[in-house]
Structures are given as C-alpha cells and as structure tokens.
Design a protein around this ligand. Structure first.
Ligand SMILES: Nc1ncnc2c1ncn2[C@@H]1O[C@H](COP(=O)(O)OP(=O)(O)OP(=O)(O)O)[C@@H](O)[C@H]1O
Length: 258
C-alpha cells in the first residue's frame, strides 16, 4: 500500500519524521514519458529498496532525486525543505550523497589526491581526519599513492563511498552498489550498509538487482515498472504481488522473444 506524504514531506502516518520524500515526480526524455507520478518517502535510518525490470526508470529517478536532472513536474523534499530547484552540489552539501552504477574514479589522480579533491569540494574544506574517518568506515586499506584507476571494482566502490561518508551525509542514494562484486564482497557491503543505517541512522535509497542483498537489508521495497510505482511493501509482500510477477514475466518473455 502506498503511504501518504504530507505537503512538505514532514511527517508520515506512523508519526516518525520523514527525512526525504518526493511527490508527483514525472519526467519526459526524447519525447517519451519516462517517469509518471512517483511518490516515495524515507525516514532516518530506514533502508528503502527500489527494484524493477530493466528500463523501469530507477536510474532516471535517482537523477532527479540527486539533482542531476530537473523533473517535468513534482517536488523533492529533504528535511522539510523543498529542494527540487537545488543543483547536485547544493543537495550534497545539505547531506544527500549519491553513488553510480559504474564506479568511475578520476583518471589521473591517486587515492590520496582523490580524497583531497573530495575534501576541497566541500564547504568548509574537510580535513585529512575526515578522509581517514571515511576510509576506516568502509574498510579501505590502500596506500594513498596508488593510482585510483588501478583499483579493482570493490575498492573503487569503497573509495567513492568513503568520499561521500566523510561529509557525514544523512541520506545515501545508492545505484546498484553490489554490481560487479563477488559474494564475499556483497556480504561486506551488506554489513556496511546495516551499520550506516541502523547504527548511524543514515537513510538509504538503494537500487539493486541482487534480491538477496535487498532481502537482508531493506526495510521496505518499492517496485517500479515502465516509469511507475506498481507495488510497495515488505519484500515478501511485493514478491507475492501479481502486478510484480506480470512486470517481470513480461520483461523476461520479451527478452526471450528478442
Ligand atoms: N537521455 C535519455 N534520453 C531518452 N531516453 C532515455 C534517456 N535516459 C534513459 N532513457 C530511457 O528511460 C527509460 C528508463 O531508463 P533508466 O535507465 O532510468 O531505467 P532503469 O530502471 O535504471 O534500468 P536498468 O535497470 O537497466 O538500469 C529507458 O527506456 C531508457 O531507454
């Protein structure tokens, strides 16, 4: 069942304050409707998993929630403030961090220089202690002289996450954080995300195809298909929803035919 969002996203029906929400988000790209009337909300320390077949619009939604793209219509709220018109960097300074499906690191920088660039992109500048805090939190144990492009996928993901965490965000938008990782690495990510949400009270919106990861860490799941939210609830509830079955079944049968 979809929950009600108050006009300024300030409170949900359970009485806990909503940290972040969006209402009525729509997006057109290339003359096509990509997102239609998306409503979501998350409270501090909550992990909201977003799933859906390929092309459902998950990444496009993150583009809007993080401030990389304006919606055609709709509103994004963070800590009771309307942030719809704020660019990415302003939202980042307010405490919203985002990672991408592909962990792209700077071409010509070392690990230490990457941290330095991230520290100096923050206002006021962050210190080396902040960088050490981020690296410790994610368990990044790499010499700072190592070229960032020499890192394999897991350490690239850790480096980028550490650069976000040193800013002490209160919301993370994670786009497929387990993509390209082996099972033991997924377990480590699972543990880290639990710590961030449940011990540090960081809210997490996570797009992830690995259902086994979401099943253990997500408090709630939202299912998207063809630009819309088609189901919302506990993992078991959405998995039993005929609309979700239909969305995935049609997707697979189209792939098989193609
Ligand atoms: N710049 C663009 N111009 C036109 N269409 C776009 C653009 N970016 C994305 N799309 C289309 O928007 C739809 C949603 O894409 P999006 O990448 O948001 O889906 P997704 O759910 O993240 O998919 P996946 O799971 O494969 O990453 C797709 O049909 C895609 O082709």
């Amino acid at each position: 069942m979809l929950r009600q969002i108050s006009r300024n996203g300030a409170a949900d029906q359970g009485g806990k304050p909503v940290l972040f929400s969006c209402s009525g988000i729509s997006l057109d790209l290339g003359g096509r409707e990509i997102l239609r009337d998306i409503n979501l909300q998350v409270e501090a320390g909550e992990v909201l998993g977003i799933i859906g077949p390929n092309g459902a619009g998950k990444t496009s939604l993150f583009e809007i929630l993080s401030g990389r793209m304006p919606p055609k219509s709709g509103t994004v709220w963070f800590k009771g403030e309307n942030v719809t018109g704020l660019p990415l960097y302003s939202r980042s300074r307010l405490g919203i961090g985002r990672t991408f499906q592909t962990p792209v690191v700077p071409d010509e920088l070392t690990v230490g220089e990457t941290f330095k660039a991230a520290r100096q992109a923050h206002r006021p500048f962050l210190t080396k202690f902040d960088a050490e805090y981020g690296a410790d939190l994610v368990g990044l144990k790499i010499s700072e002289d190592t070229s960032a492009t020499q890192l394999e996928t897991f350490n690239r993901r850790k480096l980028l996450l550490a650069c976000l965490l040193m800013r002490r965000p209160s919301l993370l938008l994670l786009d497929e954080p387990a993509a390209g990782l082996i099972n033991s690495e997924v377990d480590e990510i699972d543990k880290l995300l639990r710590t961030l949400a449940k011990e540090m009270n960081i809210a997490i919106l996570i797009v992830e195809h690995r259902i086994e990861l979401l099943a253990t860490i997500a408090d709630r799941i939202v299912v998207m298909d063809a630009g819309e939210v088609i189901s919302e609830g506990l993992m078991d509830e959405v998995m039993a929803d005929p609309k979700v079955h239909a969305a995935y079944f049609e997707d697979f049968s189209e792939e098989a035919e193609g």
